[in-house]
Design a protein around this ligand. Structure first.
Ligand code: PLP
Length: 450
């Protein structure tokens, strides 16, 4: 799309875009999407694209689900808004909270709703601090996150995020937030180090960090079971049990950020189950409503919920909440979206279609520019390198992924470049045949961009 199109001109003039080089946007203009159908979106010029990223890792049921539109319409007519402050409630928020707790088999006890994953993680930071204040240990406040982890963009959640681009220019991270090593064996493993030895080393590094800071000052550890925005990093199998054991040893809460992995992405309802994570907090968003409505949930276990309830009694209130916490339209849409995921077996489809995706992408592993293919279920990444043997980055500017992604877009496939990697995260409704088309288009784009 060129900047001579009137709509594009208005976009450039009046809208500051999220995660966009604002200077370059003035020259290049936007790609404006107009409608969606199944796994496809169409721009205003009528060009069709396979949405290979499910929007922002988020549209599980595809871009044209009438049941979600119907439920939103009905709820808007019945009760378009009601809040959850001061003992008030609304029907869909209660039903969704109960449904989410049920999906965890009762391992979590209560849900708190926010509008976005960032706000949910921000809320967790406050809850962790509140929890330790309630327990009379005001010094136990530090939170350990990971390099390349992604947890959002509010002041606290951007501090948890372990990406320089989210800190640069913003005077972040906040004090009391620390980062430990990313569990990416291909990039962080030592020569001849096995995945098991690598996981052992990362757990030892975590313990060393806790001891250096003082265990009495460390409150929580946060991680995505499978990292998304940091480049789709599937950790070694033993990584989470080892990290969790270190946390338990020092009475450190475990936070599983399942904003991307929740609701089937990896072929399991929650990726925590895949890795044996028993979190004290879980963060859910994105596929919670298939992003048809902005909504996120903080789930907490009884250990935390009981302390928060007691402390709010002592202080007179739990002094936290958003106007739209538990919004009836968003929570009604989430309930229907989860019903669709269950009725259509989309978690199993993520496993089956995901196996095809993983196999098709791994067929590219011999390509001279492909360093690593990684992923699980319907989430994957292909990392490009200049030299396979030395694993030298493809491009000193670290933007090889973006070049391939631009070519894919030309070829009707939307993917995401993350430095030298290209990420894949299609809607959970994708068929095995559609995965084949997606993989063909990517292979062609890789050839053309190389
Ligand atoms: N946590 C994870 C794992 C995410 O991937 C994201 C967004 O991509 C967030 C949190 C932040 O969510 P939001 O963009 O809704 O604030």
């Amino acid at each position: 799309m060129t900047t001579s199109d009137p709509l594009a001109r208005s976009d450039v003039a009046y809208q500051l875009h999220a995660y966009t080089n604002a200077q370059r946007h003035r020259e290049e203009g936007p790609c404006i999407m107009d409608r969606g159908e199944g796994i496809h979106v169409y721009d205003t010029e009528g060009k069709a694209y396979i949405e290979g990223m499910a929007g922002l890792w988020s549209v599980a049921v595809g871009f044209s689900e009438p049941r979600l539109a119907r439920v939103a319409h009905e709820q808007m007519q019945r009760l378009p808004f009601y809040h959850t402050f001061s003992h008030k409630s609304n029907v869909p928020s209660i039903q969704l909270a109960e449904k989410l707790i049920g999906l965890t088999d009762g391992r979590m006890a209560q849900a708190f709703f926010t509008n976005s994953g960032s706000e949910a993680n921000d809320t967790i930071v406050k809850m962790v601090w509140y929890y330790n204040n309630a327990l009379g240990r005001p010094e136990k406040k530090k939170i350990i996150a990971r390099q390349r982890g992604y947890h959002g963009v509010t002041v606290a959640s951007a501090s948890l995020t372990g990406l320089a681009g989210n800190h640069r220019g913003f005077d972040l991270p906040l004090p009391r937030i620390l980062h430990t090593r990313c569990p990416h064996w291909y990039r962080e493993g030592l020569p001849d180090e096995t995945e098991i030895a690598f996981a052992d080393r990362l757990a030892a590094e975590l313990e060393a960090l806790i001891l250096a800071e003082g265990p009495e000052t460390v409150a929580a550890f946060i991680g995505e079971p499978v990292m998304g925005a940091g480049g789709v990093i599937v950790p070694p199998e033993t990584y989470w049990p080892k990290m969790q054991a270190v946390c338990r040893k020092y009475d450190i809460l475990v936070i599983a950020d399942e904003v991307i992995t929740g609701f089937g992405r990896t072929g399991r309802m929650f990726a925590s189950d895949l890795f044996g994570i028993e979190p004290d907090f879980m963060t859910l968003s994105k596929q919670l409503t298939s992003s048809y409505q902005p909504l996120a949930a903080v789930l907490m276990n009884e250990r935390v919920a009981a302390v928060i309830a007691r402390h709010s009694g002592e202080l007179g209130t739990f002094g936290h909440g958003y106007t739209a916490s538990g919004h009836p339209v968003a929570t009604a849409v989430a309930l229907e979206n989860i019903r669709i995921i269950e009725e259509r077996g989309l978690v199993d489809n993520a496993a089956a279609a995901g196996a095809v995706l993983q196999r098709r992408l791994r067929e590219l592993a011999d390509h001279p520019l492909v360093g690593e293919v990684r992923g699980i279920g319907l989430i994957a990444a292909v990392e490009l390198v200049a030299d396979k043997a030395s694993r030298a980055p493809f491009d000193p500017a670290g933007m090889a992924g973006a070049r391939v992604v631009r070519q894919s877009q030309e070829n009707g496939l939307i993917l995401r470049g993350i430095q030298d990697s290209v990420a894949f995260c299609p809607p959970l409704i994708i068929t095995e045949a559609q995965v084949g088309t997606l993989a063909d288009r990517f292979a062609q784009s890789l050839e053309e961009a190389a």
